[in-house]
Design a protein around this ligand. Structure first.
Ligand SMILES: Nc1ncnc2c1ncn2[C@@H]1O[C@H](COP(=O)(O)OP(=O)(O)O)[C@@H](O)[C@H]1O
Ligand SMILES: [Mg+2]
Length: 264
């Protein structure tokens, strides 16, 4: 039976600047996510994707509505959630192993235990042999493997990923997408993955949440009925092509013209 793990109801997020002008970053957003689901959130820059993701983590307060995780109201970060950031956010003076173990260290897990856990994850994300390297010695793809392993180390139920492959070249990005699906299938985590790449959004997801900007709202939720496990070849499937076209129009049509903006 399905079980709701994230429940967002009528969520509003606002930024207020010093001169008291305010931006409505997210407005009346409703979304339920089931255990083990892979949900992607796609939308143009500034439509509130990062704000919503950080609000699920509890890093960012909300100004209206509520977010529940496992039934409890979110009021700060917790061990059941972990974020993977776009910019990797690794500690440059720490080795791969100690970066992965960092979240456990701040939770006062002893050295032997945290290194054992970190070694397990090195294996899962394919970084064997690189345990003692430092971030500057790694490629972008490898750095993000460390980012993913570090998030998984605290054994969260929910992985919150903010354009984690945005800084990678196209080829590395595709292989990281395949690997992420394998990791997801092995670990059974619930994943909320933000991207502005339509192909990535469809390829990974059980459902694609399409957002629109100003104010940030959900425009449509698209179920992706492509079989799993998926390989990159699925991108040639006619159903994939149709969904890509549909999303492209959702994101590009109806953009207000300059004249309409000036008239409003
Ligand atoms: N710290 C901030 N201060 C003021 N406005 C912000 C801040 N962070 C984000 N915003 C605004 O909130 C809106 C949503 O931003 P964000 O969640 O970063 O969108 P996305 O991740 O989809 O690009 C944008 O209009 C952005 O300019
Ligand atoms: Mg963002």
């Amino acid at each position: 039976m399905s079980e709701t793990v994230v429940e967002a109801r009528d969520v509003t997020i606002r930024y207020t600047s010093k001169n008291n002008s305010s931006v409505l970053a997210v407005d009346g957003l409703n979304l339920s996510i089931e255990r083990g689901e892979f949900v992607t959130i796609v939308g143009s820059s500034g439509c509130g994707k990062t704000s919503f993701l950080y609000a699920i983590d509890g890093l960012l307060p909300i100004h209206g509505g509520e977010i529940r995780v496992h039934g409890g109201l979110v009021n700060g970060p917790g061990r059941d959630r972990a974020v993977v950031f776009q910019e990797f956010a690794l500690l440059p003076w720490r080795s791969v192993l100690d970066n992965i173990a960092f979240g456990l260290e701040i939770r006062k897990v002893g050295k032997a235990e945290r290194h054992a856990k970190a070694r397990e994850l090195v294996d899962l994300v394919g970084l064997n042999g690189f345990e003692d390297r430092f971030p500057h010695e790694l490629s972008g793809g490898m750095r993000q493997r460390v980012g993913i392993a570090r998030a998984l180390a605290i054994e969260p139920d929910i992985l919150l990923m903010d354009e984690p492959f945005g800084a990678l070249d196209a080829q590395t990005r595709e292989s990281m997408q395949e690997e992420l699906l394998q990791i997801w299938q092995k670990t059974g985590k619930t994943v909320v993955f933000v991207t502005h790449d339509i192909d990535e959004a469809i390829y990974l997801a059980d459902r694609v949440v399409v957002m629109r900007a100003r104010p940030g709202r959900i425009r449509e939720i698209l179920p992706v009925d492509l079989p799993r496990p998926r390989t990159i070849d699925v991108k040639a499937d006619p159903r994939f092509v149709r969904m890509r076209q549909h999303l492209w129009h959702l994101l590009h049509d109806n953009e207000p013209t300059l004249a309409a903006v000036q008239a409003s």
